[in-house]
Design a binder for this molecule. Structure first.
Ligand SMILES: Nc1ncnc2c1ncn2[C@@H]1O[C@H](COP(=O)(O)OP(=O)(O)OP(=O)(O)O)[C@@H](O)[C@H]1O
Ligand SMILES: [Mg+2]
Length: 508
């Protein structure tokens, strides 16, 4: 065997470091070593002292034999193994007592091994083993192989580090599923209005949840589309799989393809490694495409293909990858009119629109407002650390119910939070809403017809009329116009008659 030692070291090091996949790198190294050694099999084993065993993490062979993965060892042999330092030959017929007792555990019969102990700072982490027919190896083989213990040690250490990362990652994914389930358990009964204003919506959720079809959620901002998407996922057979949310409007246009579909290594500048996209990551679960109306046209084409074939293609990839996913999309925009303006593809719209669910705005389900207010007072008090949730002032609920809620449930949620921060004890009167209503209404006072400022009486008359409209003509008592305006009901009546405002209760 004539070989330049430097050249040997260089070649082995390059090959064992040539791939992040240890099996690939190991195979390449084996191909090279075969030319120099009479080797039939080559193994990379971890000495797992906590397991009391050696664990095989890579092998290469000229034959087809599949070696066992884990070989448990008796304590005495473990002690012996732990102390091995220099590379050495084990012959099956060796008379040495330890080798005699070791041989059956590693199925050495009829063979010889060269074992190279791999150590990091004195601690044994594993072995490189070359196996051949008995008697084939010479001391020169051992000597040569001893020079490459280090590169193999580094390769093995990398595998161990990677294993650890994978364990942590899996644990995180697990935790995440667990937390998702917890969140839903907390939220499960907390779809407020599920039996009243959202009864029809929840009925559709129940129908569609067990199936695999695409669902389109439509509704104004803050109506609870994401809540409903969650409800569908967690009521579906995919509930233990991932729920991956994509906010289509939040990803820069030039990255959206790689974000959704992943990319191969070097697919574009900056694509250092391969990356799985969100569709791939959602396998076994649900992808929630929020703000689907914001998806650029190019990505719409790709999405259509996913919905039709359940297949994705990574950017820079040349083979389709099948994905087992369910898609739920949501938008607050009018997709149909976007189609007619050529901003949204018609074919995609047809695909998505198979099962539309419209989440109605809060003003169309006013009956849910009191329950939502009470729910958020409870919830936000808990979140804010307020031990005793304050009471809601008489009349406030009625007033809140009649408000228009352009920001829907989210606006309501924010309002309750603000109110709680301002009045942690005492009563929640929700005056800030009144102020904002006043603010809104106050604008037109500066001349509704554009003919200069109104005089004070006219402005007052206009304002009283507006408040009366809000209270549907109610003057007296909780939620009445007098309360809203902060004056005595009799004073209000007096002023109304002076201004010529009709008395009496109107029904809107
Ligand atoms: N029926 C409901 N019961 C309890 N909480 C709700 C309900 N509907 C919505 N919410 C809460 O209101 C807030 C807004 O809901 P969500 O984010 O689902 O709205 P959205 O329709 O997705 O809004 P956008 O279009 O702005 O994204 C969330 O905090 C959500 O938890
Ligand atoms: Mg949303």
């Amino acid at each position: 065997m004539i070989v330049n030692k430097d050249e040997f070291f260089r070649e082995v090091t390059l090959r064992i470091c040539s791939s992040l996949q240890i099996s690939t790198a190991f195979g390449r190294t084996f191909e090279y070593l075969r030319k120099l050694f009479p080797v039939d099999h080559m193994f990379l084993d971890i000495a797992d002292m906590s397991l009391g065993a050696t664990r095989r993490i890579a092998f290469a062979t000229t034959g087809t034999e599949i070696p066992e993965e884990i070989s448990p060892l008796p304590q005495g042999l473990l002690e012996w193994v732990r102390e091995l330092r220099a590379p050495f030959i084990l012959n099956a017929s060796d008379q040495n007592y330890q080798i005699q007792s070791f041989a059956p555990f590693i199925k050495l019969k009829g063979h010889s091994d060269i074992a190279v102990p791999l150590r990091i700072e004195e601690v044994l982490i594993g072995f490189l083993i070359l196996r051949a027919k008995e008697g084939k190896f010479t001391p020169e083989h051992v000597e040569l192989l001893a020079t490459v213990a280090e590169p193999f040690t580094i390769a093995l250490a990398n595998v161990l580090a990677h294993e650890e990362v994978v364990i942590y990652r899996d644990r995180l994914i697990d935790d995440n599923h667990f937390l998702n389930r917890e969140i839903f358990a907390l939220m499960g009964d907390d779809i407020i209005g599920g039996n009243s204003g959202l009864r029809n919506v929840m009925e559709m959720v129940r129908q569609v949840a067990p199936l695999n079809n695409t669902v389109l959620l439509m509704g104004e901002t803050g109506t609870g589309k994401e809540v409903i998407a969650n409800a569908i996922h967690f009521a579906s057979p995919r509930k233990d799989g991932p729920f991956i949310k994509v906010n289509c409007g939040a990803i820069p246009e030039n990255l959206i393809d790689s974000e959704l579909f992943g990319h191969e290594k070097g697919a574009f500048t900056g694509a250092a490694g391969e990356k799985r996209g969100r569709f791939e990551r959602a396998t076994g679960g649900t992808v929630f495409l929020d703000e689907i109306g914001e998806l650029p046209l190019q990505a719409q084409v790709r999405l259509l293909r996913v919905l039709q074939n359940r297949e994705i293609e990574r950017v820079g990839g040349d083979r389709p990858i099948s994905v087992d996913i369910r898609v739920i999309a949501a938008t607050h925009r009018n997709l149909e009119s976007m189609v007619s303006e050529n901003q949204f593809r018609e074919d995609l719209w047809f695909r998505l629109n198979v099962f539309p669910i419209i989440v109605p705005p809060l003003r169309q389900r006013k009956e849910d407002v009191p329950a939502l207010i009470r729910y958020f007072v409870e919830l936000k008090s808990r979140e804010l650390g307020i031990a005793m949730p304050p009471a809601i002032a008489p009349g406030a609920l009625e007033r809140l119910t009649n408000y228009g809620w352009p920001g829907n449930v989210r606006e309501l949620e924010n309002l309750v939070e603000r109110e709680l921060i301002r009045h942690q004890s005492g009563q929640l009167r929700f005056d800030s809403l009144l102020i904002s209503v006043k603010g809104e209404e106050a604008q037109p006072l500066a001349g509704e017809n554009g003919d200069g400022p109104l005089n004070l009486d006219a402005a007052m008359s206009l304002h009283i009329n507006k408040v009366l409209k809000m209270t549907r003509g109610k003057i007296h008592g909780p939620g009445g116009a007098a309360e809203l305006l902060g004056i005595n009901p009799n004073t209000l009546r007096g002023r109304m008659s002076k201004l010529g405002i009709m008395l009496g209760r109107k029904t809107r």
